[in-house]
Design a binder for this molecule. Structure first.
Ligand code: KG4
Ligand code: ZN
Length: 360
């Protein structure tokens, strides 16, 4: 069977065709990076306008690359939340129209469940299986959540919320720190590449201790500590110099590195180290507490090489998506829709976009 996945919750217009669950035939992503970069973050109105422009050609390309026609599709899976309302509406409305016109079922997918299923999909495509119950750490620009993911009856999955950020998401903290230091948006990929050139021990940054649920997370204190350090270390001239590049072509890693003092590189290394340790400690404690059989790390921040190295060394089977399926994509949405297709859990055309949809 052929399932078309559609994802438009934030700033990527994405479509993918998946065959019989684990076989990814195509995965097309149109990024709006250049449109939002000059504003230092995603501008919602521009995002929905761009989705509107891109949705038809992106779906067409996904079908072409898969060698599949509209008439071959057996179902359409689409993100209906969480995300930006205007962005969600474009994908959802298009998916509804397509499903009705083809006479195939519509399956609404939670974006966060999609991130988890990116890993399930890839593990299966390698002939393996994620061991459940799995502790799932979803870390992106919008989310930092710890779930226990379990198999339920009739091929369904069940999720229990174990911990979540009380303020910024992990990816958001990467983006804010990068912006603060004049490195532009998004911050994660560049900090990832620059961190190895600094000494993480050279700058002391605070760890967070949570009252109530100790498996919750907080990243806003870390961001404030970085801001204080920047003021005290007198990095303003260097930052102003870098900001001149914003709005122009993206800084290459070499340019960014050349523009950064040893103090800045140390700060970036310490910041990344701190974020990783915060996530690692929660994930390990949660896996122990819930008696998890494996750990799944997904979402944009899962692309971080420092994080991957630290998690891979844990005494658990640890699964990450490949970098292509770490950030937003539609293959993960098709993958999450597949078990719902098998048990006939379809949605009607009254399915509404839910910007604050939660998974558990
Ligand atoms: O999952 P995603 O594409 O979109 C959301 O659902 O938010 O995640 C994007 C986030 C951004 O905050 C970006 O800075 C972060 O993931 N990110 C990274 C890396 N690549 C992307 N953070 C750290 N290291 C990376 N290599
Ligand atoms: Zn995402």
């Amino acid at each position: 069977m052929y399932l078309l996945g559609i994802e438009t919750s934030c700033d990527e217009t994405a479509a993918a065709v998946v065959e019989d669950g684990p076989r990814m035939l195509s995965n097309v992503i149109s990024s709006q990076f250049d449109i939002h970069a000059k504003y230092g973050g995603v501008v919602p109105e521009l995002a929905s306008r761009e989705h509107l422009r891109a949705i038809v050609p992106v779906v067409r390309e996904a079908l072409e690359r898969a060698g599949v026609g509209y008439r071959d599709l057996d179902a359409v899976g689409v993100t209906y939340g969480p995300g930006l309302i205007g962005s969600l509406l474009v994908g959802l409305t298009y998916a509804k129209g397509l499903a009705v016109s083809l006479g195939v079922p519509l399956i609404g997918v939670n974006h966060i469940e999609g991130h988890i299923h990116a890993v399930v999909l890839e593990q299966r495509s390698r002939g393996g299986e994620v061991e459940f119950p799995a502790l799932a750490l979803v870390v992106s620009g919008g989310h930092s959540h710890l779930f226990l993911a379990e198999r339920a009856e009739r091929g369904a999955y069940r999720y229990k919320l174990i911990g979540r950020t009380r303020d910024d998401a992990a990816g958001e903290s990467f983006d804010k720190v990068a912006k603060l230091l004049g490195f532009g948006y998004p911050g994660g990929p560049l900090i990832d590449k620059l961190a190895p050139y600094g000494d993480p021990q050279a700058v002391k940054l605070p760890s967070s201790r949570m009252k109530g649920n100790r498996l919750d997370m907080s990243f806003s204190g870390l961001k404030t500590a970085v801001l204080r350090f920047v003021r005290a270390a007198d990095l303003d001239a260097e930052i102003a110099e870098r900001k001149k590049f914003l709005g122009g072509p993206r800084l290459t890693v070499e340019q960014a590195r050349a523009s950064a003092s040893a103090t800045t590189l140390n700060l970036l290394a310490a910041f990344q180290h701190r974020v990783i340790e915060e996530l690692l400690r929660r994930a390990v404690d949660a896996a122990r507490q819930e008696d998890a059989a494996s750990i799944v790390v997904s979402g944009g921040v899962a692309a971080n090489s420092g994080l991957r190295g630290r998690f891979a060394a844990l005494p658990y089977p640890v699964y990450f998506p490949t970098p292509a399926l770490s950030t937003d994509n539609a293959a993960m949405i098709a993958a999450a829709a597949y078990p719902r297709f098998l048990r006939g859990a379809f949605d009607g055309t009254d399915l509404a976009a839910q910007p604050s949809l939660s998974l558990a």
